[in-house]
Design a binder for this molecule. Structure first.
Ligand code: AAL
Length: 418
């Protein structure tokens, strides 16, 4: 009998041992590597999807800080001068260069119905591509026009906007949206055109041909090819772009990829397009062996930082808690070097389209700083919990609409009558 009890006791210890071992609790000190134990989906993701288990060590996590630019005049905010959709920043001959949509019109935007040859329909209608240079990235000297609107019926005769720069085999290329009618008349419909030059100061020669055509009938990008964004990657030009589609009733924005061996094309669109299911203006940069993307304001994955080891298949690599740069044009030292190990970014130029007041809409350029770089470790940019200290007034700014208040009144009435 005693022997039987001893065996039973021993057995129960063995079983207890096994279960305790199988169920050992997650350790207090967060393991740097994925621990070899059963993990919840969230904890598997924390090790498999993000570049480090803590944001502080995640090279693709960062705060964004903003600085007002000096040197650019906005005509006392009367809405007749606007600068928006900046390109990537390049460094040449001791100076930084940035290109952008420049609108100087007799009136602020008046909408498609009121637009004509001199009255703009939108903030990027009747626009040109201008550029500015800077010694420090904060004080900028406007140099003037780079791309004028070509004669009708050339692509872009109505407006040229939303440009980005490529340096390839000793030549400079500016890609831009070329409008053949006032934006908003049908949609924000346009293809992409390109101009080239031997120097970032021009003169620029228009290619006068569409290089990124709209998609075929019924395709996601049949109407708009926006925010052309070229990088040199895998010995090719990787040009990312945004399109607006669905429109049932609200537009969906996603991003696609087109690649080419020659900057003037032909470009081949990826059969997997769209390659980003969210975002608006395009902002991407080489990172490690792949491509990283700032995915802003639209879609299920808005306001995330994403990474594709192959430049095509993106996943969320970080979720940032601060205001991400809108239409960010970063300074990317290895944007055009065909690097096989991208170093990342620390600053750039972005825009705010909310600079004006009602009926006087205009946009301004601003500087953003961050630490999405393998070459610096700015832990101030890596903090995450302390920036949520909004004032009550910040919350109340996001107040309920009349319609929402009425719904709540109905709900309250229904609860009382139950
Ligand atoms: C921007 C960009 C494109 C659109 C319009 C001007 O945010 O996506 O450039 O056409 O809005």
């Amino acid at each position: 009998m005693i022997a039987y009890k001893r065996v039973a006791l021993l057995l129960s210890f063995v079983i207890l041992g096994c279960t305790l071992n199988a169920q050992k609790a997650f350790p207090f000190h967060l393991p740097k590597e994925k621990p070899d134990q059963p993990l919840s989906l969230a904890m598997q993701r924390n090790y498999d999807q993000y570049l480090a288990p803590r944001p502080e060590h995640n090279e693709l996590y960062s705060q964004f800080k903003y600085t007002e630019l000096k040197g650019l005049d906005y005509s006392n905010g009367d809405g007749t001068v606007s600068r928006r959709d900046p390109s990537k920043v390049i460094f040449h001959n001791g100076k930084y260069y940035v290109w952008y949509t420049y609108r100087h019109t007799s009136t602020p935007p008046q909408g498609a119905a009121k637009s004509n040859d001199t009255i703009p329909s939108s903030d990027w209608d009747l626009a040109e591509i201008w550029y500015a240079t800077s010694e420090d990235g904060i004080t900028w000297e406007e140099q003037g026009v780079a791309i004028k609107r070509p004669e009708k019926p050339q692509v872009g005769w109505r407006s040229v906007s939303t440009t980005d720069i490529l340096f390839f085999k000793g030549k400079y290329y500016l890609y831009y949206q070329g409008f053949m009618e006032a934006s908003g008349k049908r949609g924000d419909d346009c293809p992409v055109a390109v101009s080239y030059a031997d120097s970032p100061d021009g003169p620029w020669t228009a290619h006068n041909e569409i290089v990124i055509p709209n998609g075929g009938k019924g395709e996601w990008d049949q109407y708009s090819i926006h925010d052309p964004y070229p990088l040199v990657y895998n010995d090719k030009i990787y040009l990312y772009y945004k399109s607006d589609f669905d429109g049932d009733p609200k537009l969906v924005r996603m991003q696609g990829l087109a690649t080419a061996d020659n900057p003037l094309g032909p470009f081949t669109k990826s059969p997997l397009n769209p390659v980003l299911n969210s975002g608006h203006e395009t902002t991407l940069f080489p990172f490690k062996e792949g491509i990283a993307a700032l995915v802003i304001k639209d879609g299920n994955e808005h306001f995330t930082i994403q990474y594709a080891p192959d430049g095509v298949n993106f996943s969320i690599a970080a979720i940032t808690s601060s205001l991400m740069p809108i239409a960010g044009g970063p300074y990317i030292p290895d944007a055009f070097t065909n690097t096989d190990y991208g170093k990342g970014i620390t600053w750039g130029i972005s825009h705010a389209i909310t600079a004006g007041t009602k009926g006087k809409q205009y946009s301004i350029l601003m500087r953003f700083d961050c630490d999405l770089s393998l070459e610096i470790d700015d832990q101030e940019m890596k903090t995450h919990s302390n920036i949520w200290h909004y004032k009550p007034s910040d919350y109340y700014k996001l107040g309920l609409s009349k319609k929402q208040q009425q719904r709540i009144d109905v709900q309250n009435k229904a609860v009382k009558e139950k």
